[in-house]
Ligand binder design. Structure first.
Ligand code: B12
Ligand code: SF4
Length: 348
């Protein structure tokens, strides 16, 4: 589509300003072409590295090209938003991945990118566009690299030279011809292997390959039901998600705690797993419905809380944990059994 009479470079600059005004830290423009990493995605799926994420397998063909999301797409506008990075030191609480410590980022991104798209429609009433954040079949990190936002680190995350990797990604797909930015070609990881070395479950490696079946954030976010014992044994206190491969990354060191627009809720910096176990479904819904933690649903949150409590092995928790030994959900029951065993072993 012609750019409704606008000079493409000027329209691009205006879009950039609109995106930055919505609190995004970075924006870049990529052409709507087949994804660079599509073959790698297929190798990853063929190797079973997606573990139980059936949607990754089902949607794989759709990730080849952004036209599966918007048929007439010509440009992919990639954006990233830095989230806040407060450190928390509360040994009895469960650790929450930083991206989940505020309102659900999907809602934030969809709303803000929707505002930008509405502005664009005001300029070009006949244009077509789609807002994307996480859930659509787009290889977001590939397109972010293509749009010049950064490189793909050995922890597989998109790293921006100024903002590091504690960012979430989103996109606006449009049928406008917007001049692309140069892709980010350099690999700034160099000889560093800090993330690969730090991962407690060996999920990373070879570089830029993550075996989801070994990744803590797969087990405590995506997986439903029981898990093998080595999962809770290596949880290192993570109640939801895991940030270890980002915490050790030198590119995240200079970030200040207050940086980023995605606000952090003080109640979500870390979560008391005992309170979580005492809450019923309605209370959990009220507390977590509008946050990313809701993806785990009440039974997943209870299972994760039991894993964290088991890892702390305190005798005084045994009564509470015992209440879940006959729970209706198999994942919760099995986590309670594991936690009781841990408590008993450590207090013999
Ligand atoms: C499935 C998924 C997961 C899975 C699998 C993770 C994974 N590495 O694939 C699990 C549940 C484990 C997960 C965990 C996390 N996730 Co996640 N996840 C996704 C999702 C939905 C798809 C990712 C995907 O396509 N994987 C497929 C594999 C094959 O991808 P890959 O290993 O990275 O390889 C691809 C590219 O990197 C590329 N590639 C690799 N090497 C090279 C080298 C070169 C030179 C080139 C050109 C290309 C290239 O080729 C591959 C195919 O495209 C995306 C959203 C989206 N729509 O993209 C979010 C996303 C990747 N997740 C995100 C986040 C925040 C996380 C967590 C940090 C959350 C947390 N704190 O717990 C962790 C990080 C774990 C990690 N180190 O990856 C963000 C990452 C933001 C960023 N800055 O990169 C995304 C983009 C969501 C978003 N919209 O913000 N996630
Ligand atoms: S920790 Fe080192 S190897 Fe891993 S992503 Fe960061 S710079 Fe790259």
């Amino acid at each position: 589509m012609e750019n409704c009479g606008f000079n493409a470079a000027q329209l691009k600059e205006e879009i950039r300003l609109q995106v930055l005004a919505q609190g995004f830290q970075a924006i870049g423009f990529a052409p709507a072409v087949p994804a660079d990493g599509f073959d790698r995605l297929n190798q990853w799926i063929d190797a079973g590295a997606h573990a139980g994420m059936a949607y990754m397998e089902q949607q794989a063909p759709a990730r080849r090209h952004p036209e599966s999301i918007l048929k007439s797409v010509k440009s992919v506008i990639m954006v990233s938003m830095l989230y806040r990075c407060h450190e928390v030191d509360s040994p009895l609480e469960g650790r929450v991945a930083r991206y989940a410590r505020g309102p659900d980022y999907h809602d934030v991104l969809w709303k803000r990118l929707g505002t930008v798209l509405a502005w664009m429609r005001g300029r070009c009433p006949d244009m077509k566009g789609r807002v994307v954040a996480d859930t659509a079949p787009l290889l977001e990190r590939d397109f972010a690299r293509r749009a010049g936002l950064g490189w793909i680190g050995k922890n597989t995350l998109l790293i921006n030279q100024s903002h590091g990797s504690f960012t979430v990604l989103g996109a606006i797909l449009v049928n406008l011809d917007l001049p692309p930015d140069p892709p980010f070609e350099a690999d700034r990881c160099g000889s560093c292997t800090a993330c690969i070395d730090a991962c407690p479950t060996g999920a990373l490696g070879p570089p830029r390959w993550l075996d989801a079946g070994k990744c803590i954030s797969y087990w405590n976010i995506e997986h439903r039901g029981a898990a093998p014992d080595w999962v809770p044994e290596n949880l290192e206190g993570w109640l939801f998600g895991c940030d270890i491969c980002q915490e050790v990354c030198p590119w995240n060191r200079k970030l200040s705690a207050g940086a980023g627009i995605l606000g952090a809720d003080p109640d979500l910096l870390a979560i008391d797993p005992r309170k979580l176990l005492r809450d019923d479904d309605d209370a959990l819904r009220l507390r977590f419905r509008k946050t990313a933690l809701w993806r785990a649903r009440p039974e997943g949150l209870r299972r994760n809380a039991l894993w964290v409590i088991g890892g702390q092995s305190r005798m005084e928790d045994s009564d509470l944990v015992s209440q879940f030994l006959e729970h209706a959900d198999a994942g919760v029951r099995s986590a309670a059994r594991w936690a009781i065993n841990q408590i008993t072993k450590s207090n013999r």
